[in-house]
Design a protein around this ligand. Sequence first.
Ligand code: ADP
Ligand code: ZN
Ligand code: ZN
Length: 703
Amino acid sequence: MTSWIDIAVQTPAHSLIGGLLTYRHVRTVENSLITPGTLVRVPLGSRDVLGVVWAVHDHAPEGLQESSVRDIAGVLHGIAPLPAAWRQLVQFAAQYYQRSIGEVAMAALPPQMRDLNAAQWARRLKKPSAGPSEDPGFAPGLPLSAQQADALAAIQAQAGPFLVFGATGSGKTEVYLQAVQRQLASNPQAQALLMVPEINLTPQLEARVMARFGAAQVVSMHSGMTPAQRLKSWLAAHTGRARIVLGTRMAIFASMPQLKLIVVDEEHDPSYKQQEGARYSARDLAIYRGRLEGAKVILGSATPSLESWHHSRPAAQGGRYQRLLMPERVGAGQMPFVRRVDMNNQPRKIVLSAPLLAAIQARVERGEQCMLLLNRRGYAPVLHCADCGWKSECSHCSAFRVFHKLDRTLRCHHCGFTERVPRACPACGNADIAPLGRGTEQLEEHLAELLIHVRRPDGQPIHILRIDADSTQHKGALERQLAQVHSGEVDVLVGTQMIAKGHDFRRITLVAAINPDNALFSSDFRAPERLFALLMQAGGRAGRDADQSAQSEMWVQTFHPKHDVFAALKKHDYPAFASSQLIEREQAGLPPWSFQALLRADAHSQQVAQDFLNAARLALQASGEDNTDLQTWLTQVSLYPAVPMSIQRVANVERAQMLLESPSRMALQKVLAALQPVLHSQRAAPAHKGLIRWLVDVDPLAI
Ligand code: ADP
Ligand code: ZN
Ligand code: ZN
């Protein structure tokens, strides 16, 4: 008996066919029945590739040229088909984010699965899996505070989705863990998915989860794992052996047949948005998946995204999420006192104001730790010749190369182009070229000079440590550096936003943002939201230990001390900040009051990139003229003219973008779907020679 089978395989990103290819399968007594979700190998071109069965037909699909259909090469035996809910999630993500099903499906599977041949696969599945045969029982949770108990009770009693709005250190993690614990205890098969923004930054959480539930019950999923480890975790989740998956955004696609609870910690974090391929939001997919599979969804943050905050407004006003409040910190730990230093009253060009410097010194002398944030790595963002005006531009990008003093290089942070620092100005020969602006390397150096005389209580000189993408390049470096902070060896920690997130530092009592003003005047409408979240998170690193006698402090050096962002920060008042932002967004018709998509084109010239986008826009509008449905949708969507991206050229590629915006998500989706064939036909036009690629970013985080 012959079946025709639609299979998701890795196909080029912009294939129009939705990524499904049809193959033939002739059933004999020996080979098994193929059902949707079955993993197979199929010939594609001259190779055999992995595929997932999407649909099985008894008859050849209409219009199919039977002679061109190839037979599947084989079934991956020994592994259960991927559940229907998983396929539905993949299909939804592909459609919503405008990619092929095959691409999303293959990206959702562990990479090693694609590489193993049948023999290797058979060997891999034979490996005994160290699954828990007996339920080892869970370690008991902490006795909950009243607000924790209330939150947990609400999660038990209601359907959700929930937004746990809780201060840093209010014990949100404990609530998640106990919610997981109850879910798993009430159903011996139940599985839970715990998502975090960047797992390598929070090894503590992994340890905490393992200690609570037993290491055998928990698997991790993140990009720092080896292919073999990832496959192992994936299989454990797929077979139900692992009850808990702890992972980064990729984990949203884990096959978990008994998924009953999804937690998205720090739900506002931009790293939940994938920035290549299918540009999905794992947070948004969590909501979709929860509804699809009847799993409860808990989002949590001290500074929720404005989208989630808006969705959790009272139900009477249209809110769809249930907001749970946890305003108090656990124990007696106080929120830090916020001090704004008006830099207009400080000597010009000073990096660290005198009062901040004195405060750092006093803390170190008492044996407390300080954390200084500067969102720029390297020594200086630009090298500059005062004689002729030369600047260290990158020859491949519309950006400056950053001066790194430690290895005396100029490095482009966009394309990676690196050169030795020239001895003299490359343009005029002037030997006196100077750094402009400051990065973390310089701050570290500067601070060491200013505090050279300071002694710790044990009489030792001050120990300053820098943590940023440069200091943590080598494997294990970050863990070592964090351990130094935790052990108390380090007195002052200098770093980028990398250090602001999640860490449970116990002895930090002073946090300072050295120069946060840039974000206030960004063209990106989300910049204030991100800055506020970053500063609240950073402040949350201070005063976590209630035993600390001193009041902890958060310092902000700014030329705009009266700005809304800092005024709200001073009061730790996220709701006030959020409502003022939401009013501004409503007036401007921006998300969450509207939905956006960016269409981006890369080309050898800016002209071609923009022409391509503008031509696609005009062609789309023209095709609306003889399609009344599309016409109706188009009236609800604003299509803006193409503009250069804010960093217009990267690695010699010119980039342009076009914004689509609509108050209706449905209208935007319909228009995006209609745009796909238009893009394909425009690509072939001779005028667009030099076009390299295009991509669609739905719900983009940066405009
Ligand atoms: P959040 O996730 O809100 O930042 P955590 O759950 O990490 O907060 O809790 C902060 C600290 O308080 C942690 O060290 C945690 O062990 C501790 N903690 C949380 N809940 C309790 C509790 N009910 N009793 C005692 N300590 C708690
Ligand atoms: Zn010069
Ligand atoms: Zn470059």
